[in-house]
Design a binder for this molecule. Structure first.
Ligand code: ADP
Ligand code: MG
Length: 275
């Protein structure tokens, strides 16, 4: 596969939408795997106690495995809780265990509770510019958020510079988006002025329905260039892959879902890092 030029420094993406089931995890793992296949060095941080991203990337995440919880709550250096994805080269994962469900409450009484993840990520020796972090640096970090706007997601919004919002192309797609964007504005004003909603990804797109096309048009009218041109089609292969501990990028690389994720990943990479 032709590879992509690497970014100058690590791009940290938050994948968030407080609505569940819109394709956050599916998009995180598949875009991450696609970029890794294109020669980029990737770290996925599973920030959802359900650990779906960990499952899809084939890494263990039972209680006792070094995980996001240890980094967030106990301040264990991120580099010590990283696992390697067995299926895809150049792809590392910080798994989430069910312990993370308690973090939302445990963090409330912790110093600088909103910036724990930011500190953890910036403290990783492979995060930063070429001069800071060398040739071994991560090109992308993706944070897969839980379906809520609590302290875990807030930590992600403080830690990231770019945000990818997956939107499911269906009737209630835009409901709740206002609240999400208000939260982003609040974070920008008070906690992280660098945060930029750079990327909107249409997921589970069914080209046969007028409804999906209508939703896609509405999203494009509203968000313009932020919307990735390639919509991800609804595909059984995409939804089957996690039960084999795989992304669709290795499970069925020639399927429409895999090809679209590859194209979407390429777009995301070439859109470049806003400063
Ligand atoms: P979220 O992380 O936002 O809760 P998921 O990524 O877990 O959403 O997706 C929700 C469900 O939809 C999962 O069962 C997933 O397998 C399925 N799904 C996601 N994207 C697709 C797709 N393109 N085609 C078919 N099923 C999909
Ligand atoms: Mg999820």
């Amino acid at each position: 596969r032709p590879s992509l030029p690497r970014p100058e420094s690590t791009r940290v993406f938050v994948v968030a939408n407080q609505k569940g089931g819109v394709g956050k995890t599916t998009s995180t793992v598949n875009v991450a795997a696609a970029l890794a296949q294109l020669g980029q060095r990737i770290l996925v941080i599973d920030l959802d106690p359900q650990g779906n991203a960990s499952t899809a990337l084939g890494v263990e995440h039972h209680r006792g495995v070094a995980s996001t919880y240890d980094a967030l709550v106990d301040g264990v250096p991120l580099v010590e809780v990283v696992s390697t994805c067995p299926e895809v080269e150049n792809l590392d994962v910080v798994p989430a265990t069910i312990d993370l469900a308690g973090a939302e409450i445990e963090l409330v009484s912790v110093v600088a509770r909103e910036s724990r993840l930011h500190k953890a990520i910036q403290g990783h020796p492979k995060v930063g510019s070429a001069t800071e972090a060398g040739e071994d640096r991560y090109d992308y970090v993706f944070i897969d958020c839980p379906p809520s706007l609590g302290l875990l997601t807030l930590n992600a919004l403080v830690a990231g510079a770019e945000m990818m919002i997956p939107i499911q192309a269906e009737y209630y797609a835009l409901e709740g988006l206002g609240q999400l964007l208000e939260t982003v504005e609040m974070v920008k004003a008070h906690l992280n002025p660098r945060l930029n909603v750079s990327t909107i990804l249409l997921t589970m797109y069914d080209a046969r329905t007028r409804l999906a096309a209508g939703v896609a048009d509405e999203v494009r009218d509203h968000f313009g260039d932020q919307v990735i041109k390639t919509a991800i089609p609804r595909s059984v292969r995409v939804s089957e892959a996690p039960s084999y501990g795989q992304t669709v990028m290795t499970y069925d690389p020639g399927s429409p879902g895999a090809l679209c994720y590859l194209e979407a990943a390429r777009e995301l990479a070439t859109k470049g890092a806003p400063r």
